[in-house]
Design a protein around this ligand. Structure first.
Ligand SMILES: Cc1cc2nc3c(=O)[nH]c(=O)nc-3n(C[C@H](O)[C@H](O)[C@H](O)COP(=O)(O)OP(=O)(O)OC[C@H]3O[C@@H](n4cnc5c(N)ncnc54)[C@H](O)[C@@H]3O)c2cc1C
Length: 503
């Protein structure tokens, strides 16, 4: 039995903590804020309540596995999860609207055929077949195993792009999301659909590898799940599972540095100078340069932090308290696509404000989000440039962006302005405060391809005894991926460096 210090109480860190405690270790989580969950927060105002981070879960198997491996009560007994159906509605710039059913390939194909015509359903269905290959080839050796030392083999894109015949003899194959859209999906609305998936994970469609196709595959195959009480209820359940396994939490416990002794991690030092000794340390937050004095956690040869993405974007949220009931036929999630996706991409990844962003409108059918049935809580979300590139504390800028989101959302909810009681705005500046991540950036899931530029640093660091979990390490960001990182770190500590992922 070893003492283990975990830095941060985000989802990846808590997933690691619960598993390590079950393996018999004494685990203490040091969290700089006064609560658990990190990005997975909740904002409540006069009877309305909103998630301030992710709002849907797409790979529940990761958390089911965590609950099975750490106790008797399965996940479904700890939280109420329902599949959102339709999974999403899309409003394209030309006014076309389509609702995609949840976890039904045939249903999605039929819906696209009916709404877009021209065999669009079959084109998307064939794309998803290729996306399934990308998923199958990514599960191992990318997602379910620690990052291999010869990670360069993951530089090849697992998406089997179609060979496009050209006039001259040479053939070309799509290498990026945008190229898949232009060369394989043909219909600009299907291309906008794929772009929208990539952007919602913080990926630039112009540069992200075609392997990002596994993201729509994942969502459309394993479903979109809503947790009653919001994703915060999932974080609460993971926290309670940690407590049940005797994990200790020190809130208000910001770690200033990792203590090093005889060339290995030997504990943590808090801001107030308190030192806690530990046999292993798990870093569950974005590493900052001073955390391990004089030590590089990873070197170039170990995969740098998201080198493929110069700008790692964040999210802009408008939390709307509305008068008037939620209509029974309201769709949970609607994406309103812009006319000019290219200029949105240029703005977000060029570090500027987009005039007309892709906006996700979220209308959960959950009484716990509203004071009564004569009111509705609605969240608007867009992917935006991080704080620093844009000054998200500038009141005029916040207002302009809020207005752009509400304007776009009007296509999904006509009359939204007239129903408005209160609008709370959350920008990357607030995310930075919640997570400690510079700029309030939100890490994207790791992807193979692009010569490894979309991989994340491995869970082992250069300092023996120091491991990394959560969205900034392998296999990247997002609820599901962070949960996987927790399993990998626990495996490496419990089973040692030979651990190759659970079967
Ligand atoms: C607005 C928003 C929307 C998102 N939308 C989605 C989505 O739709 N789908 C999806 O899958 N994912 C989404 N994500 C990402 C997802 O929430 C995270 O990737 C996931 O929760 C994993 O987080 P993490 O484990 O990396 O920890 P984080 O959430 O980053 O938390 C890190 C924790 O560490 C603490 N900490 C930092 N430094 C220290 C220190 N020195 N000492 C002590 N504690 C410290 C922080 O206070 C924080 O609690 C979203 C995130 C945000 C912010």
């Amino acid at each position: 039995m070893a003492r283990i210090a975990v830095i941060g109480a985000g989802m990846g860190a808590m997933a690691a903590a619960a598993r390590l405690a079950v393996a018999g270790h004494r685990v203490t989580v040091y969290e700089r804020s006064e609560t658990f969950g990190g990005s997975v927060g909740r904002y409540a105002h006069e009877g309305f309540a909103f998630d301030t981070g992710p709002t849907l879960l797409h790979l529940p198997a990761v958390y089911r596995d965590l609950f099975v491996k750490t106790g008797k009560e399965p996940l479904e007994r700890c939280v109420t999860m329902t599949q959102v159906d339709p999974a999403s509605r899309h409003i394209f710039a030309d006014g076309t609207t389509v609702s995609l059913p949840n976890a039904s390939r045939a249903g999605v194909v039929a819906a696209l055929d009916a709404a877009l015509g021209g065999g669009a359903g079959a084109v998307w269905g064939e794309f998803l077949d290729r996306a399934r290959d990308a998923w199958d080839r990514s599960r191992r050796p990318l997602l379910e195993e620690p990052l291999r030392s010869d990670w360069q083999v993951l530089g090849r894109d697992p998406y089997p792009a179609l060979r496009q015949r050209r006039l001259l003899r040479s053939a070309r194959q799509a290498g990026t999301v945008a190229e898949v859209g232009a060369w394989e999906l043909s219909d600009p609305r299907l291309a906008a659909l794929f772009d929208g998936y990539a952007l919602s994970y913080g990926l630039d469609p112009l540069r992200a590898p075609a392997a990002a196709a596994l993201l729509p595959y994942m969502e459309e195959t394993f479903g979109s799940w809503y947790v009653s009480g919001g994703i915060r209820a999932l974080a609460q359940a993971v926290y309670e599972r940690c407590l049940a396994r005797k994990v200790e939490f020190v809130f208000g416990g910001e770690v200033a540095r990792v203590v090093e002794k005889d060339g290995r991690a030997a504990g943590v030092e808090l801001l107030d100078g308190t030192v806690a000794e530990a046999g292993h340390v798990v870093l569950g937050a974005r590493p900052n340069p001073g955390l391990v004095p004089g030590q590089e956690l990873w070197r170039d040869g170990d995969v740098a932090v998201q080198p493929g993405q110069g700008v790692v974007p964040g999210r802009f949220l408008v939390l709307l308290s509305l008068r008037g009931a939620r209509p029974a036929d309201a769709v949970h999630r609607t994406l309103v696509h812009p006319a000019d996706g290219a200029s949105e991409r240029e703005a977000v990844f060029g570090g500027r404000l987009a005039d007309r962003p892709t906006v996700t409108v979220l209308r959960p059918d959950d009484p716990s989000t509203r004071p009564d049935d004569a009111h509705e809580a609605v969240t608007l979300m867009a992917t935006v440039a991080p704080h620093g590139a844009v000054d998200w504390t500038d009141a005029a800028l916040r207002e302009r962006c809020t207005d752009a989101l509400i304007e776009a959302a009007s296509a999904a909810m006509p009359g939204i302005r007239e129903r408005l009681l209160h609008a709370e705005v959350r920008t990357p500046a607030e995310t930075a405060a919640d997570t400690g991540a510079e700029g309030g950036s939100v890490p994207a899931p790791a992807l193979a391809g692009a010569r490894g530029a979309y991989l994340h640093p491995g869970n082992r660091t250069r300092l023996p005894g120091l491991y990394a979990a959560g969205g900034w390490s392998h296999p990247g960001g997002g609820l599901a991926h962070a949960g996987m990182s927790g399993a990998l770190v626990a495996g490496l500590i419990v089973e040692g460096d030979g651990f190759r992922g659970s079967q």
